[in-house]
Design a protein around this ligand. Structure first.
Ligand code: 3LM
Length: 402
């Protein structure tokens, strides 16, 4: 590899080459899967030195593993942060990141609309630890600032928000955070670093459910947080080490493989989603379409500012009521009814009864998540085939059997 890094600037290249740990023994192109729980010390002194942090080297795979390290280094390079820590799930990353930075008596400001389990963690579990929260409409910057109190430590949000595709203005949130000396923790799962790099907007800690676009093939559960070397060290040495939601080497290897095609996949997800959003918008049996790529979306101005394109997820509502939505979904033949997103397969789900069933109906109403909302993660199939499937299901939706 050349000593000059100038030709490693673009994200497409970094997704393939950055962070490589490699194989000094045999020179294999793909980094080996270091499927080991523990690492052998040459002698007692070496073991003691490693535990004391006086000597570099691996100890035990909950504390670090070379294959997992490749993923962490790659993600830090993609998110333009100093370092990253990988976890056994997205929720592992969310809980470890927040708990490493909050203690009894602290307060956080969080978006009222969040992925269902993130909301459940903050809304229910944190109260048991004496951590206080104010949920806000994250698009209303004055509401965000008004929620800041003496004991506020951080702001937590997603953009675009799962599941309703509402977007937050990172620049505005960063200004409030800097003014009040708060940490910003942003979940970038829906965009991936190909479409949005929150560190450019001052975000301190960037979380991903690696289960989604990063891996991209629906065969791994994983999570990652990217941030400063100091923050990542803090998380690794506290909530990761002692709570233990570590990523397995095999999963890290699969995600590294997935990342090599991330930019190609994400561009195709966007191409397909744009076509689908146009199709749905023009359809007489569709009540509403929520996709930031549409001119009608309130956050359309953020495209080109904080996000390159609008991504692969669309939220929409069919005309009629809940029964019509159910009839439509049950008629689909190509699209699978399943939670998760960012896979090659198009996945469709009903947030109120699935991903966001952790909210009460009142909490969903407060968060702007309607009971009839449908979320589709547009896959990599041919756009005409996905549209063809939706069309036949919408036609059948109208046939009501008495
Ligand atoms: C889902 N989401 O279908 P894991 N942050 C965001 C997410 O969307 C998710 C997580 C964190 C979905 C999962 S619902 C049972 C299936 C924005 C996950 C958590 O722990 O890797 O699932 O990530 O919306």
């Amino acid at each position: 590899m050349s000593s000059s890094k100038s030709h490693f600037n673009n994200i497409e290249t970094r997704a393939i080459h950055a962070g490589r740990v490699g194989d000094p023994s045999f020179g294999s192109l793909a980094t080996p899967i270091h499927q080991t729980s523990t690492f052998i010390f040459d002698n007692v002194q070496q073991g003691a030195n490693r535990f004391a942090g006086e000597e570099q080297g691996y100890i035990y795979s909950r504390l670090g593993n070379p294959t997992v390290r490749e993923l962490e280094q790659k993600m830090a390079a993609l998110e333009n942060t100093e370092d990253a820590a990988a976890f056994g799930s997205g929720m592992g990353a969310v809980s470890a990141t927040l708990l490493a930075n909050l203690k009894q008596g602290d307060h956080l400001v969080a978006s009222s609309a969040l992925y269902g389990c993130s909301f459940a963690l903050i809304n229910h579990k944190f109260a048991d630890f004496g951590i206080e929260v104010t949920f806000v409409d994250i698009t209303d910057l004055s509401e965000v600032e008004d929620a800041v109190k003496e004991n506020t430590k951080l702001i937590y949000f997603e953009t675009p928000i799962n599941p309703n595709m509402v977007c937050a203005d990172m620049e505005g949130i960063n200004q409030i955070a800097k003014k009040h000396d708060l940490l910003t923790v942003m979940d970038n799962t829906f965009m991936s670093p190909v479409l949005q790099q929150p560190s450019d907007f001052g975000m301190d800690l960037i979380i991903h459910s690696a289960t989604k676009y990063l891996n991209g093939h629906g065969d791994v559960i994983g999570g990652i947080v990217c941030g400063s070397a100091e923050q990542i060290e803090h998380i690794k040495m506290t909530t990761q080490k002692d709570m233990g939601a570590t990523m397995s080497p095999n999963d890290a290897w699969l995600i590294c493989r997935g990342l090599k095609t991330l930019s190609v996949r994400v561009e195709r997800h966007c191409d397909n989603a744009e076509k689908l959003a146009d199709y749905l918008s023009a359809h007489p049996d569709i009540e509403a379409v929520y996709y930031p790529g549409l001119k009608s979306h309130p956050a359309n101005h953020l495209i080109g500012k904080q996000m390159k394109r609008a991504g692969g997820v669309i939220a929409f509502e069919v005309s009629g009521g809940f029964d019509d939505a159910v009839r439509f979904m049950n008629q689909l033949e190509l699209c699978h009814i399943a939670v998760s997103l960012g896979d090659a397969e198009t996945l469709i789900q009903h947030p109120a009864s699935m991903t966001h069933s952790t909210y009460t109906p009142e909490e969903r109403a407060e968060a702007g998540i309607s009971e009839t909302l449908i979320r589709i993660s547009v896959g990599l199939e041919h756009a005409d085939d996905i549209i063809g499937d939706l069309e036949q299901a919408l036609q059948k939706m109208k046939i009501k059997v008495a």
